[in-house]
Design a protein around this ligand. Sequence first.
Ligand code: X8Z
Ligand code: ZN
Length: 614
Amino acid sequence: MQSTFKLTTAAILVAASLSTCNGDNTAKNAAKPANVVSKALTAQAAEKFLVATEQELVQLNLEGSRAAWINSNFITQDTSALAAAADQKSTEAGVRFAMQAAKFDSVEVSADQRRKLNILKQSLVMPAPQNSAKSAELAKIGAELNSLYGKGNYTTKSGETLSLGEMTATMATSRDYDELLAMWQGWRTISPAMKPLYIRQAELGNEGAQGLGYTDLGAMWRSNYDMPADDFAKELDRLWQQVKPLYDDLHCYVRTELGKTYGEDKVPQDQPIPAHLLGNMWAQSWGNIYDLVAPENADPGYDLTKQLAANNYNEIKMVKGAESFFTSLGFEALPATFWQRSLFTKPADRDVVCHASAWDLDAKDDIRIKMCIQKTGEDFSVIHHELGHNFYQRAYQNQPVYYQNSANDGFHEAIGDRIALSVTPKYLKEIGLIDTIPDESKDIGLLMKMALDKVAFIPFGLMVDQWRWKVYSGEVTPENYNSAWWELREKYQGVTAPTARNANAFDPGAKYHVPGGVPYSRYFLAHIQQFEFHRALCEISGNTDPIHRCSIYNNKEAGAALNTVLEMGSSQPWQAAYKVLTGNEQMDATAIIDYFSPLHTWLKDKNQGKQCGF
Ligand code: X8Z
Ligand code: ZN
């Protein structure tokens, strides 16, 4: 199920509950429509409608979240049916609320009422057509897609069945071209079965969006950013153009080094990089191949995965470690129920959706994460990411349900990442995970590792929704789903499929957020925003170190500033929240560019005389 954020399909509900990759929905009593929109359309009638709707939303969110939680933690036909039923109810209610809210379009209401009404009109992720057979079909498709992904695995030629977690570990550590290729191809066997469902979901979602007055579902998604939808698309392009020169130099250097490892016949130096060689199943972040591209004489000399093992960190200790960063900033510790109800490890005996997510079941204190944690430095970062969602959810819990959400969806994704940017060598030494802080001569190595994770991600963060927007607008038709996906992968990332793809391949479906129905531009935004938030909070903390060595650990002033923004929820246009923290109302990529500027200079030097580009 889904939620404003989460996953699946449907829809959901307004802000409530959920967050990021998690799910839930809303709508409690679809059988008793809130027909509180009186015939006289006045500001008082709007208020009455908003109050009544708020009560319904609270109930719907709770019901939808519970069904989604159970389904994601125990994937069976029955739990999928229950989750789909809750999702249908939420979605139908969400559509009804959106239609009713639109009736007040030309009524004079207060700014606060207008904001709430607009939120009701825009917040569905997968709106259903106003037809109960179709809304049931849409909810069922969402649950099925989610199950196909959650249950996905690959049986090798020798008969071994591998989970995504196992394949992810091999993608991160193997340096054997053919083994990597087998994993890469193997995982993509899960998605051809999704394609007919996805086609129908797009049709129904578009019909739902059109019923609410949008040209298509992509336009509806783009309208969620306190600016005209077309301007939002332009903003993404503008930000990408700012980062692209840095990305291009990173790509060029990495391709050269991979050519040395695998041979230039396997990694042609004038072509996009084969997608299975970058340390990640989707080639979306490349930190796992750091050892292949580490700058000579500048290696910081520690590997966080090894340090976690050497210090006996198990999954819980990793989560406790991340929690203590937040409490060091002044945030209250997580509630006991978080520890009792979260899922931290992959169960041996049942199917679960392993993709990490953070949940807010009741918009009070029942916050949880669900994650099949691997004891790696990479997952230590993901845990910070997830807890960022949970601390955000708790910070805005006193807002009206309409505003129990982040300022824009990029904020929700940026907060935990921003904390993880403070997991510097100085911090790791302070908590006893490493013994010595590498000196300045190792900065290029530190920056390289971070760039492989963060800069490499940015074009991927952009292309996923470029693809979906084209699907929803009809520019890309089902026959071209896969070829259009790879055209965008090549255009933005300079990454290519390592083998010709079969006619039935549906490679977008092998990325969680596509079957999960989670919009993806939020992660692109988050990767720009987190560096702006980092810069701002480091300044507040009185940091005097170079920005990539700044950690706000233990700094209560920075924590208080962060909390001010989190507490606002989505009560103001995101530009206002942005201003509170950064002083600007417009996003800007200069913070990430400045952060990596020493590395960029180094890369340009290394790339001199090379034929870069793809
Ligand atoms: O899905 C996530 C989080 C949950 S919201 C683990 N992320 C994106 C992904 O894995 O594709 C975080 C970074 C990008
Ligand atoms: Zn997230």
